[in-house]
Design a protein around this ligand. Sequence first.
Ligand SMILES: [Zn+2]
Length: 293
Amino acid sequence: MKPARASVFPRTSLTMLRVGHCTHPECFALRGGAWRTGIFPALVGLIRHPSAGAILFDTGYSEHFARATARFPERLYRWTTPVTLPDSECLQTQLAAHGIAMHEVRYVFASHLHADHIAGLRDLPRATIWYGDAALRGARDASRFARLRKATLLDLLPDDFDARRCAVEALPRAALPHGWRELGGGFDLLGDGSLRAVPLPGHARGHYGLLLRHEDDREYLLAGDATWRIDGQGNATASAWPTRLLADDWHAQHDTLTRLRRVLRDGDDSCCILPSHCAGSYARLPDAMRGTR
Ligand SMILES: [Zn+2]
């Protein structure tokens, strides 16, 4: 195995978008959560890179989710987690408001293949799609019912997915900056150290986060579903037991959460973790980084 490269950390620009949400009782997802219905936004990272242009971290929901869950047994998915996608939150509408057309998105990073993270891939016709190799192999090897049980809908992958996909494991390894050493190493997506895929195993097979340095010099880990919520005191909430049914590896998920908690505990204010479904984390972002109006 080649040693990970130490590298500089060029800055990019990060804006978070809310692209729909689902609802379910908080206690189904969050350990110690209430019985009340919680709103879980699908957060998407819009990254602007000085030379690579517009890049997305995940896609959130889209109308393709409704189509992919129209029939049984997939329809059970939308019954379990009812989805709302206001017109104003559609990815195309929001990117247009930021001066970006869908065909201008050059890369999409799929943290994992759960439907709420990749439902918009079909609308990004020219994007190279970064993904975890184990995620794709696991999904393609599973039966239709096994995939559904793991919230994966292969119909959401574009017809030309195989021509546009790029497994992150095929890219050069990269060391992580000091504050993130608990998480091990990563993969250098663009070869300049600006975007590093970070393995966050457990929640789903081939689950990755994305580490970048924003214009304000703070370092952000877009953590996907490695934790559902981080509160105002910087505590990452553990998952409730029903999510065991969804998890790829419950023990690995717990280990990943422990590592994230150490980053939060030991890191300084420049290390920020953004879970994909945490409304509080979104609300605490600086105004300029909250792109959904
Ligand atoms: Zn997930």
